[in-house]
Design a binder for this molecule. Sequence first.
Ligand code: PEP
Length: 253
Amino acid sequence: MRTKIVAGNWKMNLDRDQSIQLVNAISAALQNHDLQGNRVMVFPPFVNISAAQQASNRDLRVEVGAQNMHQAASGAYTGEVSAQMLLSNEVTTVILGHSERREYFYESDALLKEKVDAAIAHGMEVVFCFGEKLEERNTGNHFKVVEDQLKKAIFHLHEGDWEKIILAYEPVWAIGTGMTASPEQAQEMHAFIRATIAQAYSREMAEGISILYGGSVKPGNAVEIFGKPDVDGGLIGGAALQAADFIAIIKAL
Ligand code: PEP
């Protein structure tokens, strides 16, 4: 059975104290909650990772990851952080391919392939994000766009490498907009993604991959979205910043 996951992408939000408070609140709420093997992750900005880790130490069930990393091992890349640096801070999971990185920082499929390779070479786990823009959906190209993004950045991986891959389908038009994909739209795309993986690798492997949905997931819609058979949880932006909302979404699993 594949793992179900709720992951909070904090983006460029929360200072040190707020980060600690939020992790404390999540940990406290999970104290008496049986996660039944499901995973809870938060992704703070680099500078607040260590504070979040310390806050989660009382309850290691809140895992702390990074929102990005550079593909090189080290060097003259001002402002960047490498896989080795993350690992030396006990960060073993990294988000790659978020649409905001693609759009505002011009991260291409080719660059993301390099980043994925660097993360996998270091034994890191990758939450790989991808998804179509509104005009691509409106013109009926969403399946092709999604397939291309996967083929260009991760389908070169060996089957064994996929143990370290979590997929996050995030239609760009639903991120931070309040416009959520309907549970049926999410299921349709997740089933397509799983079938595409099955075709490239094997059905058995495809069945084991966790595919998260991201895009305006809130306490009010999480149960319905997570209830779809090919949706294995969510990558949450805005609602991950409020303890009560994030906890309600975790409980929706
Ligand atoms: C995200 O940034 O990954 C995201 C899904 O954001 P939101 O939940 O705010 O749409």
